[in-house]
Design a protein around this ligand. Structure first.
Ligand SMILES: Cc1cc2nc3c(=O)[nH]c(=O)nc-3n(C[C@H](O)[C@H](O)[C@H](O)COP(=O)(O)OP(=O)(O)OC[C@H]3O[C@@H](n4cnc5c(N)ncnc54)[C@H](O)[C@@H]3O)c2cc1C
Length: 407
């Protein structure tokens, strides 16, 4: 069917990119971007980093100005989509009314997982997902003295570094024995745990949370599973997200841990595609189904869907990459760590500039770079190809990732 109108639900990273890529690819039909957050579409990464430090202003978060949307005939609609009527190819808005589509793209992201312990609804227990959350946090940070962060994932640790830099006493409670879960190698995890400790952030590993305490509705502290009590006038919960699959599953689309799509990002209805955090897709390198929460994933999937809609389809197979800024450390990861069995450090841990090369059965599968952006860019090129350095080659004294990529 000739697609004349594309409706995109969710005006975040992926949704904005679908609209922008459609226009860049010369799509002449109607493009409507429906989002339930106020204002112009914006990027989330600075919310746990530079925005709270005052280094990025609100205008710096916006992907584009109002004029861009008008000039490119991208209809930006502020509304919540309640339902998809697949039979009649329309979406129903909570505010009333409906919108017809030839093709629908779901870019609905996810919601912060909620803590299921007593006290989690106290004033001062917050998460970070939206600009509204970050604005609320910024106000609280002006008076806060002690912060407890629940979860030593990327966002929790980024915020911990920011709160520490702003002068708060910061403790982090982490159930497992290492930061950033299975997403980074043990080498990188250990390095970051030590770095936070040096900055003065206390990370308590192997400790869950029993309850959150408060007085007159306001949080005052956290009780860990081992009985330890940590004072807090702010608790930031960073225990991951749940993909937003409700709209898709109510419409009868296949969902599991995410909206299920095929290798071209089409859902079980060929008139509906899905991109970004909410999507579980077959990872071309291994065939396993994955859900990835990153800017790269949302952007590249959006480009892939837009290309298909203008008649230039290609299977989704981008090399995943990700970054996290914690204090003065920039961590950049290319590839996925899944099941690595050997790691090699190049560069210098002492000088805080190194890369960890991760291998599975002798094949390079991921590279984590700390304060080494040149390595990261080289790693992305290497991992996109078949010719990769072996462990022995990478162990040689004159080995450089960058040299390998251009050689
Ligand atoms: C604080 C923070 C820091 C991050 N830092 C990094 C980083 O350093 N590096 C990195 O790679 N990634 C980072 N990420 C992750 C990255 O921002 C996400 O992976 C990316 O935004 C996913 O894009 P998306 O379009 O899938 O979802 P989102 O950007 O979340 O957009 C989804 C949008 O859909 C809207 N929506 C949902 N349902 C409906 C509905 N029914 N009707 C209308 N609108 C709806 C939502 O409100 C939301 O606005 C960070 C995320 C956060 C929250």
């Amino acid at each position: 069917m000739d697609v004349q109108s594309v409706v995109i639900v969710g005006a975040g990273q992926g949704g904005y990119q679908v609209a922008a890529s459609l226009r860049q690819s010369g799509f002449k039909g109607r493009v409507m971007l429906i989002g339930n957050e106020p204002g112009l579409p914006y990027q989330r990464p600075p919310l746990s980093k530079g925005y709270l430090l005052g280094k990025v202003a609100v205008n710096g978060l916006r992907f584009r100005s109002e004029k861009y949307f008008a000039d490119n005939a991208i209809e930006l609609v502020h509304a919540h989509v309640d339902k998809i009527d697949r039979e009649n190819r329309r979406v129903l808005l909570r505010s009333g009314g409906d919108v017809q589509y030839d093709h629908l793209v779901l870019a609905v992201g996810g919601r912060n997982r909620r803590l299921q312990v007593p006290g989690s609804d106290l004033n001062g227990v917050v998460g970070i997902r939206s600009l509204a959350d970050a604005d609320e946090l910024a106000i609280r940070m002006a008076t806060v003295r002690s912060v407890v962060v629940i979860g030593a994932g990327f966002i929790g640790l980024e915020f911990a570094a920011v709160a520490n830099a702003l002068g708060a006493d910061v403790s982090v409670l982490e159930l497992s024995d290492r930061p950033m879960g299975r997403a980074v190698s043990r080498e990188t995890a250990t390095f970051f745990a030590n770095a936070h400790e040096k900055w003065g952030v206390q990370i308590h590993f192997g400790r869950g949370i029993e309850k959150i305490e408060g007085i007159a509705g306001q949080v005052t502290g956290v009780v860990a599973t081992d009985g330890a009590r940590l004072a807090a006038d702010l608790v930031v919960v960073g225990i991951g997200i749940e993909p937003d699959v409700g709209l898709a599953s109510n419409a009868g689309l296949d969902v599991a841990n995410g909206i299920l799509v095929d290798g071209s990002l089409s859902t079980s209805d060929s008139c509906i595609s899905a991109v970004g955090d909410s999507v579980a897709f077959p990872y071309s390198a291994t065939g396993q189904r994955l859900r990835i929460e990153s800017v790269q994933n949302a952007v590249d999937q959006a480009r892939c869907v837009a290309a298909r809609l203008v008649g230039k389809p290609f299977p989704y197979g981008a090399v995943p990459w990700f970054w996290s800024d914690q204090g003065d450390l920039k961590l950049q990861i290319a590839g996925l760590l899944n099941g690595y069995d050997n790691a090699l450090v190049v560069g210098s841990l002492e000088q805080r500039s190194f890369s960890v090369l991760c291998f599975r059965e002798g094949r390079l599968i991921a590279v984590e770079s700390v304060n080494r952006p040149v390595d990261h860019m080289a790693a992305r090129k290497i991992l996109a190809g078949e010719r990769r350095p072996t462990y022995d080659e990478a162990s040689s004294s004159n080995f450089e990732l960058n040299g390998w990529a251009v050689g």
